[in-house]
Design a protein around this ligand. Structure first.
Ligand SMILES: N[C@@H](CCC(=O)N[C@@H](CS)C(=O)NCC(=O)O)C(=O)O
Ligand code: FES
Length: 110
């Protein structure tokens, strides 16, 4: 089955080891759930990609099908869905989020 939006999403997920789908941007989140999630991911100190689903309505409509997850935010690491706000916060508090993100981040040149 070919759907250009789904293909585009899969490409984003493949090409970006850490990608957060959210409402707004990390600096200007447009929803409390996205604000909390992006704060937690930023707190891990690695660069990450993000997509604002409010300015990309096609992605907002189709992403839930890709990961079988209905809401935003969604954090994807190394091609796999980690989860939404609740899971991100829980993993941040346990220290597991930083481990997962550090492990996925490309090594910076020395
Ligand atoms: N408990 C959820 C909260 C997220 C949530 O409920 N998001 C809603 C409101 S922002 C959502 O994305 N609804 C679908 C939509 O707006 O497209 C989580 O852990 O991520
Ligand atoms: S935009 Fe209303 S709860 Fe997220």
């Amino acid at each position: 089955m070919s759907d250009s939006t789904i293909e585009a999403i899969k490409k984003q997920i493949e090409e970006n080891p850490i990608i957060l789908y959210m409402k707004g941007s990390p600096n200007q989140p447009q929803c409390g759930f996205s604000a909390k999630a992006s704060q937690a991911v930023m707190g891990c100190g690695q660069r990450f990609a993000y997509v604002d689903v409010l300015s990309n309505p096609d992605i907002r409509a189709k992403l839930p099908e890709v990961g079988n997850w209905p809401t935003f935010p969604q954090l994807w690491v190394k091609g796999e869905l980690i989860g939404g706000c609740d899971i991100i916060i829980e993993m941040h508090e346990s220290g597991e989020l930083k481990e997962v993100i550090d492990e996925a981040a490309p090594q910076e040149a020395q």
